[in-house]
Design a binder for this molecule. Structure first.
Ligand code: BES
Ligand code: ZN
Ligand code: ZN
Length: 480
């Protein structure tokens, strides 16, 4: 990955990126450069109406200097714009095999420095583990200099740790499901625990049975690889200000089980462990940033397969809190895994409880691929996360949990069923199901089914695994 530095007069770079404002004007730094290059930049910017209209970025030469005119997309907030402009500048640099680049823009505060850093670094991600030929031209950017009058290293460090977390999630989600299963995920957690001095406990079948985690265990019974509940925690050296527990859906492959999914898009179901990957990434990052809060991750790692031990539609299981669930659809497995995860999480007495999951196709229908759904029992807490989403460029939007809809998941023979068979408000039904396992004043459920995986590039939210959610949660943790 490229290194981020502040630009100094001694730094030699191969190109300069000018962030151009949407109206066609240049920023202050851009004007300085423009004067140096005798108006060449503004001339090109004016002439290139196409560029202005499409807000595309391009490379131009002036007196032997390579200058990248980077689009400054008009978005919801300045930090989102800067992150995306820096991203597009680095993308162009990669195309032209530029190694050292200066971003000529004077950020006004630490958040802007961080956003430029994140956008730049996120552009350098690629997943090439299984490419025999690693000649990935266009990924050659090594050093990125940011021009800034504000030379504090904290935002650069944050940009690095936040993007490392995003990329950690991307790697785990992109890994193929024959290699990334509950067992290998626990190995990844063990490595992270050693590297980041985390407390780690891995619960296997026998212990989970003893604890009564039957809903969770039932999901993995159709797979040759047994379930694991991975408990990884970071604790600051000074007594922690507060304790946040993150419960992540870690379905390493979701075939649907006996309620088998159709082949259309089933290969994307390796992404069904994004929530677990995010939880682990956040604990790691909290340790790297030495945050003053305790962060616990619970990874509910399992594989939903249709072998003979698998859940049958019609089965009834008893969850850890004693409630019984009729399994009407084996493809609604995430909520079974999370139910026990949430019950166990509450025994750790956290101040904030968050679960994060690729839970429903209905979330994609409701909010698409750039906005995740947030549900919960505490409006102020939901709002805190929505704000963190805005700042990180990972947008969340609240959905209500109306009590009347609880009727939908009533079962004739058990306390509830895991699927109503009625498609209306599918994400809310998922949230209501989970709420049956929550007896805690501050709980939020994040459904990231759409944003976790893309089939196209939306700027920093790249094709395939996006890592969406990690930077939002880190922004929240960092604000406590
Ligand atoms: N993992 C899926 C949800 C999903 C869908 C994630 C699309 C990412 C993209 C989940 O386990 C699932 O299959 N949910 C069912 C629930 C239904 C049976 C109540 C769904 O959404 O169809
Ligand atoms: Zn499913
Ligand atoms: Zn699933």
């Amino acid at each position: 990955m490229a290194t981020l530095r502040f630009w100094t007069t001694t730094a030699k770079t191969d190109a300069i990126a000018v962030l151009a404002l949407p109206a066609g004007g240049l920023t202050q730094e851009g004007h300085k450069l423009d004067r140096k290059h005798r108006g060449e930049i503004s001339r090109r910017r004016r002439e290139d109406a196409f560029l202005v209209k499409r807000q595309a970025s391009s490379l131009l030469y002036s007196r032997n200097a390579k200058i990248i005119l980077a689009a400054f997309p008009e978005k919801d907030s300045r930090t989102v714009e800067l992150r995306e402009a820096a991203y597009s500048a680095i993308r162009i640099a990669q195309k032209h095999a530029i190694q050292r680049i200066t971003i000529a823009f004077d950020p006004q505060n630490e958040a802007e420095v961080q956003a430029i850093g994140e956008g730049s670094l996120l552009a350098t991600y690629s997943y090439s583990r299984f490419k025999s030929q690693k000649t990935d031209r266009g990924r050659e950017v090594r050093t990125i200099y940011i021009r800034s009058s504000e030379l504090k290293t904290a935002p650069l460090k944050k940009a690095k740790v936040f993007t490392d977390a995003t990329m950690f999630v991307r790697d785990l989600v992109n890994d193929p499901p024959n290699l990334m299963n509950p067992e290998s995920l626990s190995e990844v957690a063990k490595d992270a625990a050693v590297q980041n001095a985390l407390n780690l406990r891995v619960f296997e079948t026998a212990q989970l049975l003893e604890m009564g985690a039957n809903a969770f265990l039932s999901v993995g019974m159709g797979s040759i690889v047994p379930c694991r509940m991975i408990h990884a925690a970071y604790e600051p050296q000074m007594p922690a200000r507060t304790h946040v527990c993150l419960v992540g859906k870690g379905v390493t492959f979701d075939s649907g089980g006996l309620s088998l999914k159709s082949e259309k898009g089933m290969e994307h179901m390796k992404s069904d462990m994004a929530g677990a990957a995010i939880a682990l990434a956040c604990v790691k990052a909290a340790s790297e940033l030495k945050l003053p809060v305790k962060v616990t991750a619970l990874l509910m790692a399992t594989e939903n397969m249709p072998d003979s031990g698998a859940n049958r539609p019609g089965d009834v299981v008893r969850a850890m809190n004693g409630k019984t669930i009729e399994i009407t659809n084996t493809d609604a497995e995430g909520r079974l895994a999370l139910a026990d995860g949430l019950v166990y999480a509450q025994s750790l007495k956290p101040d904030y409880l968050i679960d994060i999951a690729t839970l429903t196709g209905a979330q994609v229908v409701a909010l698409g691929r750039l906005v995740a759904a947030a549900m919960g029992n505490n409006e102020a807490f939901i709002q805190q996360l929505v704000e963190a989403g805005k700042r990180s460029g990972e947008m969340l939007w609240p959905l209500p949990l109306p009590d009347h809809y609880r009727d939908l998941i009533k079962s004739d023979i058990a306390d509830m069923k895991n699927s109503s068979g009625i498609p209306d408000a599918g994400s809310i039904q998922g949230g209501l199901f989970l709420s049956e396992f929550v007896n805690h004043p501050r709980w939020v459920h994040l459904d990231i089914a759409g944003p976790s995986f893309q089939d196209r590039e939306w700027s920093v939210h790249q094709r395939n695994a996006t890592g969406f959610g990690a930077r939002c949660l880190l922004t929240f943790l960092d604000s406590l």
